[in-house]
Design a protein around this ligand. Structure first.
Ligand SMILES: *[C@@H]1O[C@H](CO)[C@@H](O)[C@H](O)[C@H]1NC(C)=O
Ligand SMILES: *[C@@H]1O[C@H](CO)[C@@H](O)[C@H](O)[C@H]1NC(C)=O
Ligand SMILES: *[C@@H]1O[C@H](CO)[C@@H](O)[C@H](O)[C@H]1NC(C)=O
Ligand SMILES: *[C@@H]1O[C@H](CO)[C@@H](O)[C@H](O)[C@H]1NC(C)=O
Ligand SMILES: *[C@@H]1O[C@H](CO)[C@@H](O)[C@H](O)[C@H]1NC(C)=O
Ligand SMILES: *[C@@H]1O[C@H](CO)[C@@H](O)[C@H](O)[C@H]1NC(C)=O
Ligand SMILES: *[C@@H]1O[C@H](CO)[C@@H](O)[C@H](O)[C@H]1NC(C)=O
Ligand SMILES: *[C@@H]1O[C@H](CO)[C@@H](O)[C@H](O)[C@H]1NC(C)=O
Ligand SMILES: *[C@@H]1O[C@H](CO)[C@@H](O)[C@H](O)[C@H]1NC(C)=O
Ligand SMILES: *[C@@H]1O[C@H](CO)[C@@H](O)[C@H](O)[C@H]1NC(C)=O
Ligand SMILES: *[C@@H]1O[C@H](CO)[C@@H](O)[C@H](O)[C@H]1NC(C)=O
Ligand SMILES: *[C@@H]1O[C@H](CO)[C@@H](O)[C@H](O)[C@H]1NC(C)=O
Length: 510
């Protein structure tokens, strides 16, 4: 009896549960149907604002389920989750009705032709995880309000025509891992609040009209790996707090009107592989602490006002591929240890006041491609090892005091494209074989003390277009075959001891 009562009770309870679940799920599906209809009308309203020259949205029609429309992906509730309208040549207006897509997590409008104002209501899409509006021509201000988008992890606004200041409240969107605002006309200074974005890995602000000081608060971005901030009009110095950016791999502050000394603290950036500070007003010495960044591969301090010696510690940067200090006021010797950098491909030290010899083993152990140390006061012999690995394309040593012979090893360096070693004190003969180098286009040996004859292979070159041998002590007659060089545009041999007539068209032709 008791048992039966219990069973009855249980059955009734189960029945009750069914009703509850039924009612609940009915009301749930009705609600979701209603808002899904809202979404359909929002999408059609969005479509009506667009100019769609490729008719990409031809299937945005009521006779098909909108979850199946081009560019749309729904979640399991049938609500629009992804809207991808990228690469469709769309223009026109993005309707503020976009805010009706209440479950949108990813919106991609990248790579279209929008040149309108940006819909302010987008900031109401607080469910967004990814927003990409890059590569358009959107104008006007970028809306305030994304500080509420607490799930926003990736915001790519790059390559647009936004103006006005960067919205301060982006610093409240603390889920951001990627923030790319490069290539617009943003003005004003970098918000200090960006220092709160402690998950940020990528910060791109380059190519805007940003001014003011770079806030030291950015030094708090402990997850930051890429900071690309150059091509702006800042003032002041690099904050020493940048030495706290222990995850930083890539720092680009080029062309941004910064000055002062390069902070020693940058030496703490243990995983940095790229440091671009070129074309600023940095002064003082290059900190020896740079030698602590042993992960560095690309180091460019060119076009600043740096003084003093190149620190010997540079030779500790065993992974260095590019070293560019050109266009400064550096003096003293080139550290001999640079010859032991096994990865070095590009060495540009031109337009400084460097003296002494180049490391005698330069190029012996590294795939050296470009060497430009022109316009210094360098002396000694040209290292014979420059092309040991067979990679040298540009050898540019002009306006120095190099002496001794042109190494004969250069005449078997088949990668060479340019040899510009004029205005030095080089002596001896022009090595035999340069004319056989199939890629060599420019050969500038003028204003040295070269003697002997012009080797026969030069007139038989198939590649040379510019030859300047003037102001040397070359003698012998001019090879008559010089006229047969197919690509030759300029051939200058004046001020030598040549006998014979020089064809007029090769004197100073353009
Ligand atoms: C989506 O489209 C495919 C064919 O393109 C069709 O097989 C499928 O039934 C459609 N789904 C819905 C829910 O309309
Ligand atoms: C998209 O537009 C650009 C410029 O308006 C045009 O050059 C290009 O051909 C267009 N692409 C297509 C696929 O029509
Ligand atoms: C979709 O959005 C509505 C309204 O914001 C919300 O109530 C619902 O929980 C969301 N659904 C999902 C799956 O996120
Ligand atoms: C965001 O939504 C609220 C509430 O619906 C509305 O009052 C407000 O105008 C919206 N914001 C924008 C920028 O459209
Ligand atoms: C942002 O978008 C541009 C163009 O679409 C792309 O080149 C760039 O890599 C994106 N930024 C990041 C950090 O992925
Ligand atoms: C930004 O651009 C818009 C549209 O071109 C213009 O009306 C507005 O004055 C500009 N604002 C600023 C601060 O330059
Ligand atoms: C960021 O969030 C804080 C706390 O919610 C709020 O006080 C502040 O006003 C927000 N900042 C901006 C610029 O909106
Ligand atoms: C913004 O920068 C661009 C190029 O960097 C420059 O042509 C333009 O004049 C600047 N605009 C303002 C308002 O400073
Ligand atoms: C960051 O760097 C500054 C200056 O170099 C230093 O004073 C400060 O203590 C550092 N902060 C943290 C949190 O490491
Ligand atoms: C960093 O460099 C300085 C100067 O070259 C040196 O004295 C110091 O020991 C280095 N620190 C580390 C941690 O390597
Ligand atoms: C060489 O550097 C100086 C500054 O040190 C600069 O004024 C000059 O324009 C540079 N010359 C070339 C050819 O770049
Ligand atoms: C250097 O040249 C060698 C031989 O031509 C080639 O295998 C190698 O890839 C080159 N290295 C670089 C960094 O270009």
């Amino acid at each position: 009896m008791k048992k039966k009562k219990m069973q009855m009770k249980t059955k009734f309870f189960i029945f009750f549960c069914y009703i509850v679940i039924f009612c609940f799920s009915y009301s749930f599906s009705a609600a979701s149907k209603a808002s899904s209809n809202d979404e359909v009308s929002a999408l059609l309203s969005i479509k009506s604002g667009l100019v769609d020259p490729l008719n990409s949205l031809h299937d945005w029609k009521l006779d098909a389920d909108h979850c199946n429309w081009t560019g749309i992906k729904c979640n399991t509730d049938g609500m629009v989750e992804n809207l991808d309208l990228s690469h469709k040549n769309l223009s026109g207006i993005v309707s503020n009705d976009i805010q009706s897509l209440q479950n949108l997590t990813s919106l991609n409008l990248c790579c279209n032709a929008f040149s309108s104002l940006f819909p302010k209501s987008i900031v109401n899409l607080t469910t967004l995880n990814i927003l990409d509006v890059s590569q358009n021509f959107f104008i006007g201000e970028f809306p305030l309000g994304f500080g509420k988008a607490l799930k926003l992890a990736s915001l790519n606004v790059s390559s647009n025509e936004f103006n006005g200041s960067i919205p301060l409240d982006i610093g409240n969107a603390t889920s951001l891992e990627m923030l790319d605002l490069r290539g617009s006309f943003f003005e004003g200074s970098i918000p200090k609040s960006f220092g709160n974005l402690n998950k940020l890995k990528f910060l791109g602000l380059s190519g805007n009209n940003l001014t003011g000081k770079i806030p030291g608060e950015l030094g708090k971005l402990s997850s930051l790996e890429y900071m690309i901030v150059g091509y702006n009009e800042f003032e002041g110095e690099i904050p020493s707090e940048f030495g706290n950016l222990t995850s930083l791999k890539y720092l680009d502050l080029a062309v941004s009107n910064l000055g002062g000394e390069i902070p020693n603290e940058l030496g703490n950036l243990k995983v940095l592989d790229t440091l671009f500070l070129y074309n600023n007003n940095f002064e003082g010495r290059i900190p020896s602490q740079i030698g602590n960044i042993t992960s560095l591969q690309f180091l460019d301090f060119s076009d600043n006002n740096l003084l003093g010696k190149i620190p010997d510690e540079i030779s500790l940067l065993k992974n260095l591929k590019l070293l560019n200090f050109m266009g400064n006021r550096l003096s003293g010797f080139v550290p001999s240890g640079i010859g032991n950098l096994h990865q070095l491909e590009v060495l540009e030290l031109w337009n400084n006041s460097l003296s002494g010899p180049l490391p005698s083993n330069l190029g012996e152990n590294s795939p050296l491609q470009w060497l430009d140390v022109s316009s210094n006061s360098l002396s000694g012999e040209i290292p014979v090892t420059l092309c040991s690995k067979g990679n040298l394309t540009k050898l540019i040593l002009f306006n120095n005091a190099f002496s001794g012979p042109i190494p004969s090893s250069l005449s078997t360096c088949s990668s060479l494209v340019r040899v510009r070693i004029h205005n030095n004190l080089l002596s001896g003969k022009v090595p035999v074989g340069l004319g056989k180098l199939e890629k060599l286009q420019r050969l500038e040996l003028a204003n040295n003390s070269l003697t002997g004859e012009i080797p026969d292979d030069i007139p038989s070159s198939v590649s040379l277009s510019f030859i300047d041998l003037s102001r040397n002590k070359l003698h012998s007659s001019l090879p008559s075959t010089i006229l047969s060089i197919s690509n030759l545009q300029v051939f200058i041999v004046s001020h030598n001891s040549l006998v014979g007539k020089i064809p007029d068209q090769f004197q100073d032709s353009p």
